[in-house]
Design a protein around this ligand. Structure first.
Ligand SMILES: Cc1ncc(COP(=O)(O)O)c(C=O)c1O
Length: 376
């Protein structure tokens, strides 16, 4: 039996609940399908869970980033420093506001932006820095805060992949002036559709984002537009579904973390055999994707496939090498660690309903590949 990388049965246990939710919202007298009571309750629940001042649900993680950047006033002439290795919205959200993304190289092991690189790229035009948590590791947010404070820059934390991660007892999403989460299906708090949230401890910023997500209206009076917004409203059926899924989130996160702990323990001896696992531990770690590094990535991927295990290459090109963004890349700059990550990273399955036997089969296969089973 193949072990999928993107499991089609993520919501298998919740299918009845999903259908009930559709029925409940679809037949409720209010006939309210966006930004209603379920969305408000979801925002409240996440606010309480994170201890944040405000949580604003919106249409996707990408628009969550855009809403915050817009609320921060980022636009033409501005530069925003982002990681050179990561997903497209990091760069596209900046570009779509007329601003310029500046690409910072990453740490070769953790693949998150290197704070020293970020600081070295700050110019008089820099308005914001936007670090992102990657796969299994949170960005070095204490240093990002120091840099932002030292240079008086806005700090937006792209925590799209890091729901439930905690660094020094402080949750992901609450390290910047604002953070975002994505609810796209495969994320740790994914849903049966699109969605995301903005998290902030700044009530004014939260209020602006709240207006921006609904064409600049304030929720009190329709067709009075205080600012130029967009449509990034949240779906009521998905809000009710997320409320149903929230109580089980801690257990699902713990299961992910345990699988990751097991992988990391099994893979610890492999570094000298050309497969490197993410750093061990739980502090500042997220368990969204478990990504290995190997110079022999294609061979590893083939061996996994031969044993019925799907794997996935996230980001085969660094952002400044993507056709869409290369025009923004400084011609004399290089990103050797981002190139290395793009060439060597390979993600193996990590989701809560993997069985112990499947987890063991995956670990055995990686260890067999790297010769690590000899050292057991
Ligand atoms: C780091 C990062 N930022 C932003 C996003 C965008 O989120 P969404 O897909 O919900 O728009 C993603 C989603 O894949 C992501 O991984």
């Amino acid at each position: 039996m193949t072990i999928p990388f993107f499991p089609p049965d993520v919501f298998e246990d919740d299918r009845e609940a999903l259908l009930e939710t559709v029925h409940e919202v679809g037949t409720a007298p209010a006939q309210r399908f966006i930004l209603g009571e379920h969305t408000a309750r979801l925002e409240d629940a996440l606010r309480a869970w994170l201890g944040a001042a405000d949580v604003v649900a919106c249409g996707s993680g990408t628009t969550a980033l855009t809403l915050v950047l817009t609320a921060m006033g980022i636009g033409a002439e501005d530069e925003v420093v982002i990681p050179a290795f990561g997903c497209a919205p990091l760069a596209s959200t900046v570009v779509n506001l007329g601003a310029t993304p500046v690409f910072a190289d990453v740490d070769p092991w953790t693949m998150v932006a290197d704070p020293e690189q970020i600081e070295s790229l700050i110019t008089p035009r820099t308005r914001a820095i936007m670090p992102a948590h990657v796969f299994s590791v949170m960005a070095d947010m204490p240093r990002m805060r120091q840099i932002a404070e030292r240079h008086r820059l806005r700090l937006l934390e792209d925590s799209a992949v890091a729901q439930g991660a905690v660094l020094d007892n402080h949750p992901a999403g609450r390290w910047g002036e604002a953070g975002v989460f994505s609810f796209v299906q495969v994320k740790t708090f994914g849903t049966a559709g699109e969605g995301g949230v903005v998290v902030t401890d700044d009530p004014a910023l939260g209020g602006t984002v709240r207006m921006l997500r609904n064409h600049g209206q304030d929720g009190q009076r329709r067709f009075l537009h205080h600012c130029i917004g967009t449509n990034s409203r949240f779906d009521e059926i998905l809000a009710a579904f997320q409320l149903h899924r929230l109580p089980g989130l801690a257990d699902r996160l713990e299961r992910r973390a345990r699988i990751a702990d097991y992988y990391t323990e099994r893979f610890a001896p492999l570094a000298k055999h050309s497969v490197t696992a993410p750093p061990p531990g739980r502090n500042g770690r997220c368990f969204y994707v478990y990504s290995l590094l190997s110079e022999r990535r294609e061979e590893l991927q083939q061996q996994l496939a031969a044993r019925g295990i799907e794997s996935h290459v996230y980001y085969p090109l660094p952002l400044p090498r993507q056709p869409a963004f290369e025009g923004f890349a400084a011609p004399d700059q290089t990103w050797p660690h981002a190139e290395y990550a793009s060439r060597c990273t390979l993600a193996i399955p990590l989701y809560p309903h993997l069985t112990d036997a499947q987890v063991e089969r995956i670990a055995d296969t990686v260890c067999d590949f790297a010769g690590g089973n000899e050292s057991r």
